[in-house]
Every structure is written in C-alpha cells, then in structure tokens.
Design a binder for this molecule. Sequence first.
Ligand SMILES: Cc1cc2nc3c(=O)[nH]c(=O)nc-3n(C[C@H](O)[C@H](O)[C@H](O)COP(=O)(O)O)c2cc1C
Length: 151
Amino acid sequence: MKRLLIIYHSQSGNTERLAAAVYEGALREQEVETSLKRVQDAGLRDLLDADAILIGSPENFGYMAGAVKDFFDRTFYPALGHAINIPYALFISAGNDGSGAQRQIDRIVIAYPMKKVADAVLCVGPADDTVLEACRDLGQGMAAGLSLGIY
Ligand SMILES: Cc1cc2nc3c(=O)[nH]c(=O)nc-3n(C[C@H](O)[C@H](O)[C@H](O)COP(=O)(O)O)c2cc1C
C-alpha cells in the first residue's frame, strides 16, 4: 500500500484546520495509507516511509514557520543519499500574503529532491468553506494520484 504523509505546523489553529481538511480528503482514497503529523513529531523515518508528502505552514515574517524550517534542518543531511524523490504539494496559511513561505519551501524541497505535482492551496485570512474544499481536493488528488500510480 502506498503511503501519504501530511505534516504541518500551526500556532493559532488556521493551518491545523487546513491540515484536517487535507487529511479528510486523502482518507477518501482507501487504497492509500495516510498519516497526519505535526511537523515537530516528524523526522527522517517518516520521509523514508512516505511515497508522497503534503506540507502545511503558516507564513511568518515572509517565511515558513520556524518549526517547518527546523524539520528541513533536521532531515536534510540525513536524507542525502536516500534520494527522497517523492511528489509533494503545499498548503499555506497567511494573514495577507503567503508567497514567501511558499517560495522558500519550494526552494528547499527541490534539493531532497522532491517534485511538485500540484499548485499550493493558499489560505489568506481565516479558512472558509472554499479553501477547506480546496484542501480536501488537494488531499484526495494526491492520494488518488498515488493509488493510480500517476506519480
Ligand atoms: C509572528 C507572525 C508573523 C507573521 N508573518 C506573516 C507574514 O509575513 N505574512 C502573512 O501573510 N502573514 C503573517 N502572519 C499571519 C499568519 O501567517 C496567519 O495568521 C496564519 O493563518 C497563522 O496560521 P496558524 O493559525 O496555523 O498559526 C504572521 C503571524 C505571526 C504570528
């Protein structure tokens, strides 16, 4: 069975709501084993076990959350040599922008070397029904792609 890993950080709950919707969407595909983790609880083992990854972060000071950066700091060197060549996509929560977090995560993960397979879901302001549905679609789409062997 293919495995989908969803990791996220959230301080005040917005990204957590997105992550829950992404997870809900992924669970619609029963052929894929999906796990949802706070990024602080995830590490190299999770990356090695994953066939695809969805990463969620708020934008803080024009960048990804520190906890997400810490995940990359902790796993990048240990991951070298394992060729984490897995598909990824992002979901970003922001007060008024989100582009900085998105761009900086994209720059880092390409070196693992993950490959982007879907546009990021960007939530500006509190999550509404439209963005939550987009998150469900993102989760389901990634899981379906894995299940069908598209990636
Ligand atoms: C310290 C801090 C810095 C922030 N910097 C930005 C920023 O640079 N750009 C932006 O659009 N929003 C910024 N925000 C707003 C958050 O990205 C936004 O509230 C987000 O939804 C928070 O997600 P969370 O509830 O999952 O923690 C910042 C919030 C905090 C607490």
